[in-house]
Design a protein around this ligand. Structure first.
Ligand SMILES: [Zn+2]
Length: 217
């Protein structure tokens, strides 16, 4: 098995950072190495991997606040959406691809939670890092109905673009488990069970009440 994939609790609000690498080529990337980037860098070093890129799913501080330290430790360039405030060296647009050894990373532009949001799909392993678009049992917060509509479109696109057995790896540990699959979320995530965007907007607006009714935390 040449895949290296580690989900690491970095701190913050139950934030997850990810180490993704290919043992054969000894190349790896860090995804959202915030709060404690040194932990991810150390894991790469321990496995003999060279970090080639630091990737941000989106520009919120709790996802990019480790960039400076991560760059200092690895000398790797930052890769993110052109609008990301992390001032990326490598601009990732919709359907951009990046090679990490034998791994092909595909980026899908998924605005809504914020305008510069991307999800990262690893083609060979049907593995999807969802940032703050899709959590286990929840979706990313939005600031207006317009943003929520955009997020709905992004979610529908993700569901259409990737196979059902795709595992999803979120930016925060907000769910009943730290990982899920698209198939499981489709039948259990209340936001993906909405029949249409209006129902989605209603659930977002009524979420506090819904959570209480369902005994969710
Ligand atoms: Zn966010």
């Amino acid at each position: 098995m040449n895949l290296v994939f580690e989900q690491i609790r970095v701190g913050g609000d139950r934030n997850f950072g990810y180490l993704l690498g290919d043992r054969a080529s000894k190349q790896a990337v860090l995804i959202d190495p915030s709060y404690s980037p040194e932990v991810l860098v150390q894991r790469a070093v321990e496995q003999g991997l060279t970090v080639t890129h630091i990737i941000n799913t989106h520009g919120h501080q709790d996802h990019i606040n480790g960039n400076t330290k991560a760059v200092a430790l690895t000398k790797a360039p930052i890769a993110a959406h052109p609008d990301c405030p992390s001032m990326p060296d490598i601009l990732l647009k919709d359907n951009s691809e990046m090679q990490v050894g034998a791994l092909t990373l595909q980026f899908l532009y998924t605005p809504g939670h914020i305008d510069d949001h991307l999800v990262v799909f690893v083609k060979q392993h049907a593995l999807l890092v969802t940032g703050d678009l899709l959590f286990v049992g929840n979706v990313g917060g939005t600031h207006s109905d317009e943003d929520a509509r955009t997020e709905w479109d992004s979610l529908q696109r993700v569901l259409k673009s990737f196979p059902e057995h795709t595992t999803i790896w979120p930016g925060h540990d907000y769910g009943v488990r730290p990982v899920s699959t698209l198939a499981l979320e489709k039948i259990s995530n209340p936001f993906l069970l909405c029949a249409n965007v209006d129902e989605f907007l209603r659930l977002k607006n009524d979420w506090a009440v819904y959570k209480k009714q369902m005994g969710l935390k």
